[in-house]
Ligand binder design. Structure first.
Ligand SMILES: Cc1cc2nc3c(=O)[nH]c(=O)nc-3n(C[C@H](O)[C@H](O)[C@H](O)COP(=O)(O)O)c2cc1C
Length: 449
């Protein structure tokens, strides 16, 4: 097995990638490995995988944590370690693991994060863990040793004794739903659906609630990517694309490697359409990864004209109390000459207005205003990004303070606090769904223009 250089410092690119990923729920990445064709020529192999964040820090869904509390000593590992290593889960019976083994574990992962107009490429070495025989397996033992070199202590020394590899992998297994866990008891990949597997335990559509299910766990692995070269390509400003590249280099004769920024340059490439109606707003509005198609500039202008007319009409009739002072209103659009034979503005189809309880409509109204606000901010993306990233850092700082102050308190208080964090995340996800619905309503009310 190839060994990797290890750094004791947090990688310089980690916080920005982490912040991008935290604001991109359900992030998938493309994973490339090297395979060999029938003539034994190396061939690239790529596939989509769900990114599970930086190993071993994983925030479980409440149901997953419930399962951990019931079935794993102490409910899992203490928060002892952090790292710069992204990870994903897989099934040993798929092709990527043998491909990794036969190619020195070489791997590359790529994200295209559209909300940030940013591509991240992470090249490195992959280590798979989760073999139930533990250190009896040479591969498992070697992988654990390699990964361990790049784990940084973030908790108390005293917790190290309670931290185990089995609990770490079990947490990733618990992070899957019972149906997804059941996929690790499917017949072997590639077996025609008409045939049954020779092993009667292997069947389609099983649900697994036992986190130590021996059949599923025998096939389940966590693949940890040790990064050695990271590239960030920012296309926010199309006329001024930016690229950063960091390489992990071990100084001669030293075990400790460090990240060197080898490149920070502009790049030229064909223009890319920026994100259209949806935007990320101070963590309150997040993409669910199913973005509607981009709105063209002409369509946006037409929508703005239609809304401007509706606004003007509303101003004639509405009382001043209709204003929402905390949300900046859309600036007056510049008057644009209308062509003589222009088709009139699309009619509002009132029958399409959904019948929803008042509180949901009020929430939808606020979100609609936020959508407009976000769109305005996006016109000046660099300013927006700086404000947004500053907001996230400030939020992080205060979260760290809260967490520090909680450290001295009881486990119950900490659990309540963590529940609040999870509830907050769920609310944010729900807000993103509502916001998408609002964007669709706006589009349908204005005839799709
Ligand atoms: C949205 C999406 C997410 C996926 N997530 C994973 C994953 O987390 N792990 C995985 O092994 N395969 C995942 N897959 C399936 C892989 O893309 C691929 O089909 C499978 O892993 C077999 O690839 P291989 O035989 O080259 O290893 C996902 C596919 C899609 C479309």
């Amino acid at each position: 097995m190839n060994t990797s250089p290890a750094s004791s410092q947090r990688a310089p690119w980690r916080d920005i990638l982490d912040s991008h990923l935290q604001q991109t729920p359900g992030h998938e990445f493309t994973i490339a490995t090297i395979g060999y064709d029938a003539r034994n020529r190396p061939v690239p192999r790529l596939r989509t995988c769900g990114c599970r964040g930086f190993f071993p820090e994983l925030e479980l869904h409440p149901k997953g944590q419930e399962a951990m509390d019931e079935q794993v000593e102490g409910g899992g590992n203490p928060p002892t370690y952090e790292s710069d290593m992204l990870c994903f889960t897989t099934d040993t019976r798929m092709e990527k693991l043998p491909q990794l083994e036969s190619s020195g574990n070489a791997i590359e992962a790529v994200f295209w994060l559209r909300d940030f107009m940013t591509q991240w490429r992470i090249k490195g070495t992959a280590y798979a863990i989760g073999d139930p025989t533990g250190n009896e397996s040479e591969n498992e033992k070697a992988s654990r040793e390699e990964i361990k070199k790049s784990l940084r202590l973030k908790g108390h020394d005293r917790d190290i004794a309670y931290w185990t590899w089995d609990k770490a992998v079990t947490k990733y297994f618990a992070n899957h739903s019972p149906v997804a866990r059941g996929s690790f008891r499917n017949p072997p990949p590639g077996l025609p659906r008409s045939q049954s597997a020779s092993n009667p335990d292997l069947k389609l559509g099983q649900k697994v609630t036992d986190l130590h299910d021996p059949v599923a766990r025998n096939n389940f692995r966590v693949v940890v990517i040790h990064p050695e070269e990271v590239e960030r390509l920012d296309l926010t400003k199309q006329e001024d694309g930016k690229r950063w590249k960091w390489i992990l280099e071990a100084a001669n004769g030293s075990d400790n490697a460090q990240w060197n920024e080898t490149e920070k340059c502009r790049c030229t490439h064909p223009p890319v359409a920026p994100p259209a109606t949806e935007a990320v707003m101070h963590g309150a509005v997040q993409s669910t990864g199913t973005a509607p198609p981009p709105t063209s500039l002409a369509a946006t202008r037409s929508l703005r004209q239609t809304k401007a007319k509706a606004e003007a009409k509303k101003k004639e009739t509405a009382a001043p109390s209709d204003d929402i002072p905390s949300i900046p209103s859309e600036p007056e659009p510049e008057p644009e000459p209308e062509p003589e034979a222009a088709v009139g503005p699309p009619q509002l189809l009132l029958r399409e207005v959904p019948e929803l309880p008042t509180d949901i409509m009020v929430a939808a109204h606020h979100l609609a205003m936020h959508t407009v606000y976000a769109r305005e901010l996006q016109r000046d993306i660099p300013v927006f990004k700086v404000a947004f990233e500053g907001g996230i850092l400030a939020q992080r700082a205060s979260m760290a303070e809260i967490q520090n102050s909680l450290e001295a308190r009881s486990a119950t208080e900490i659990a309540i606090f963590q529940d609040c964090l999870l509830a907050h995340r769920d609310i944010m996800a729900a807000a993103a769904v509502v916001q998408r619905q609002v964007v669709l309503w706006i589009e349908s009310w204005t005839g799709g223009n």
